[in-house]
Design a protein around this ligand. Structure first.
Ligand SMILES: [Zn+2]
Length: 479
């Protein structure tokens, strides 16, 4: 009897600890003095973006497909719509697809601010669009077009803000650069050339802002409020091919296992053995900020990861998706190739894998893990293309606070959280010269809008265009 009471007391203590930890897991206090609204020419902000959309700056891996005249037209358009920017700033074209503007500050510094964007866009399937993708159509409160969201809107936001501030005679406190690449979508060298230039000049930016997260809703389990996600790092990417050769032969007298069967087995082994959980710092920070704002059940889970961590991991492994991608290196089998004819055993077969590498791990570690799990020495694992994971940016520093404040002043009441970007952007190159790189696309995006990025019918509400300008006006004035 006594032992039963003993167990009962222990159980109560155990539940008590879980509940106390849950109740203590509350949002941290934040000051909420919002700045005044900013006044600027809102119609002009829309007209500027419309002009940029009309330049068909589609980038292709195969350069022959690119229309050089359209890229030159974009440069001419920039001069036209931002005359003061081009008069008062020093303008440099460092490579075919690299534009750099220098805005001298009151004090000159080796630790300037860098505002980034890219001006190329991905191709369109024009027949699937309701409005022409490069006409700059404005209809029912939206501007239609490829690049409206990704990311001519932030290019326009930064330069419209600068043009507006120049008109008012404003000079930034510190030196500022605007760095734009025209080949981000094909992972080109545009941004690399610019980072090389900064490195040569021994500059170490104190703040770099590029596209990335946005203001989104229903992004985190149990959180109802809108969240502004600021990417403080991005995962790496590795394109792999599994290759297996055979002596081929006729399909009428096969061996028990063909090369296709062996590769299929490898695929099953990999899918059954996901990478071990590795919640990197950006994801931990996100769980801490947003976990505290979540509903009771999720707060209990995030506050007691010592107990529920395994359960959360099991759910993520089973469901996959975005939350799982924040917790481990992922693998997606994307391609398969065997014989050209149905009655021929292929002399060799291949499978393509797209892996996204968690920060703190390397592409070599991914390959050794795969070797172990596949456990078939005949299968070659060939690295086709790799970007190692980016550096992780600091959060307790003035740069992050400036971005956060500009967000809170523009989208009032929004939660701001660090996060880990699972897609790649040009900003990864800046890890070389700065630990203060933040990935935030200054716009509030609906789920439908998020889906239209790189898809059909990309369009942006007119007030979203204006908010991007307001964000950059605030940001620039704080730098
Ligand atoms: Zn982009």
């Amino acid at each position: 009897m006594e032992w039963l009471i003993g167990i009962g007391i222990l159980l109560l203590i155990f539940i008590g600890i879980i509940l106390v930890r849950t109740f203590l897991f509350q949002p941290k206090n934040e000051e909420t003095d919002f700045s005044e609204d900013v006044e600027f020419d809102k119609k002009r902000a829309v007209a500027n973006l419309q002009a940029l959309i009309q330049c068909r700056t589609v980038s292709y891996k195969n350069k022959q497909l690119e229309d050089e005249a359209e890229f030159l037209r974009l440069e001419a358009t920039l001069k036209n719509i931002f005359p003061l920017v081009h008069e008062k700033m020093q303008w440099m074209k460092l490579g075919d697809r690299s534009l750099l503007y220098f805005w001298p500050g009151v004090e000159s510094t080796q630790e300037p601010t860098v505002l980034m964007a890219h001006y190329d866009v991905v191709p369109v399937h024009e027949a699937s669009w309701q409005e022409a993708p490069f006409a700059g159509v404005i209809k029912d409160g939206y501007l239609w077009g490829r690049g409206t969201l990704d990311t001519k809107i932030t290019l326009n936001g930064a330069l419209s803000a600068a043009e507006h501030l120049l008109e008012k005679g404003y000079t930034p406190q510190k030196d500022m650069y605007f760095a734009f690449a025209g080949d981000e979508e094909i992972a080109g060298k545009g941004a690399v050339v610019i980072v090389d230039w900064f490195e040569e000049k021994k500059m170490k930016p104190s703040l770099v802002v590029d596209e990335g997260g946005a203001v989104v809703s229903k992004i985190f389990p149990g959180v109802e409020e809108d969240c502004a996600l600021v990417g403080i790092a991005e995962k790496g990417m590795l394109e792999l091919e599994l290759v297996l050769e055979s002596s081929g032969g006729h399909a009428s007298s096969p061996k028990p296992h063909t090369v296709v069967g062996e590769l299929a087995q490898a695929c099953v082994n990999v899918e059954k053995n996901p990478f071990p959980k590795n919640v990197s710092l950006p994801a931990k920070k996100m769980f801490d900020v947003l976990g505290r704002r979540s509903n009771f059940m999720y707060r209990m889970i995030f506050a007691n990861q010592w107990l529920f961590g395994g359960l959360l991991d099991a759910i993520c492994k089973k469901n996959g998706g975005e939350l799982n991608a924040l917790m481990r290196t992922t693998m997606a089998f994307t391609q398969m190739q065997g014989s050209d004819a149905n009655n021929v055993i292929p002399p060799y077969a291949t499978m393509g894998i797209n892996s996204r590498i968690m920060n703190g791990e390397t592409s070599d570690e991914v390959v050794s893990y795969l070797k172990k799990v596949i456990a078939n020495d005949k299968i070659q694992i060939v690295k086709k293309n790799v970007f190692e994971p980016s550096r992780i940016s600091e959060v307790d520093c003035p740069g992050y606070e400036i971005v956060k404040k500009a967000i809170q002043d523009t989208w009032k009441g929004v939660l701001v959280s660090p996060y880990l970007m699972i897609a790649c952007s040009d900003s990864r190159h800046y890890g070389r010269i700065s630990p203060y790189v933040y990935r935030f696309s200054a716009m509030k995006l609906s789920l439908e809008e998020r889906k239209s990025i790189h898809g059909n019918n990309e369009k942006v509400p007119l007030d979203t265009i204006q908010q991007a300008v307001a964000f950059y006006i605030r940001l620039i004035q704080m730098c």
